[in-house]
Design a protein around this ligand. Structure first.
Ligand SMILES: C[S@@+](CC[C@H](N)C(=O)[O-])C[C@H]1O[C@@H](n2cnc3c(N)ncnc32)[C@H](O)[C@@H]1O
Length: 204
């Protein structure tokens, strides 16, 4: 597919240090992120509060969010390094290395697709293809992504530096709850905090 190659190689390289972003450790220790920790906890509570289901986490990364899902969980990510971390964390789930588009699953194979901090990395030309795949494999889609503050930018090409000094260019967006719901075609906001937004959208 479709998904920008730079994003893919960046996340594979970032896997060993990815959770520093969640925990505020390593390169993120010096960042001033007011309200980050309570918002992470509220987001995790919202994820854990989803009704148990047969669900697929697309672009699961290190499974920081995935491990809070209830029910029969399958997780997929394109990065071998992310999949290794996720598989160690999810002994009772199936963790697959593979692509988001096309998803290697049949029509209606799941009750729900969930995806965190992936949709907002997709370029405009990539979004419809991903949404069509998510809608094909499950009747419900839950999207978690970065919240857009009142003065925050909506999108950016960012230069990111990893611990080994390597530099990477990544496209990223931030969402208001309303804008995210509109893109998904309607649904319900499950979490709207200063850092994260989470929306559930049924298939039309
Ligand atoms: C920002 S991380 C999100 C990880 C996790 N969902 C979270 O919220 O912490 C984005 C993830 O998307 C994965 N990814 C990028 N392109 C992909 C693709 N085409 N198919 C599947 N996964 C992909 C990356 O490997 C990376 O793990």
């Amino acid at each position: 597919m479709v998904v920008d190659e730079r994003m893919r190689s960046y996340y594979d390289a970032r896997a060993p240090e990815y959770d520093d972003w969640w925990h505020g450790t390593g390169r993120f220790a010096a960042r001033d992120r007011p309200g980050w920790e309570p918002d992470v906890h509220a987001l995790l509570a919202a994820v854990a509060g989803l009704p148990p289901a047969h669900q697929l986490d697309v672009a699961c990364g290190t499974a920081f969010l995935t491990r809070h899902l209830l029910g029969r969980v399958v997780a997929i990510d394109q990065s071998p390094a992310m999949v290794a971390v996720a598989a160690a964390r999810l002994p009772h789930a199936e963790v697959v290395q593979g692509e988001a588009v096309p998803l290697p699953f049949g029509d209606d194979a799941f009750d729900r697709v969930i995806t965190g901090h992936f949709y907002g990395h997709l370029l405009e030309a990539e979004r419809a293809a991903f949404l069509a795949e998510a809608r094909r494999v499950a009747p419900e889609l839950v999207v978690i992504d970065s919240a857009r503050g009142p003065d925050g930018e909506g999108e950016a090409w960012q230069e990111r530096v990893l611990g080994d000094g390597s530099r990477h260019t990544v496209y990223k967006r931030w969402f208001t709850p309303g804008a995210l719901l509109e893109e998904l075609g309607g649904g319900q906001v499950l979490h709207a905090g200063p850092w994260f937004v989470m929306a559930r959208s049924p298939r039309a």
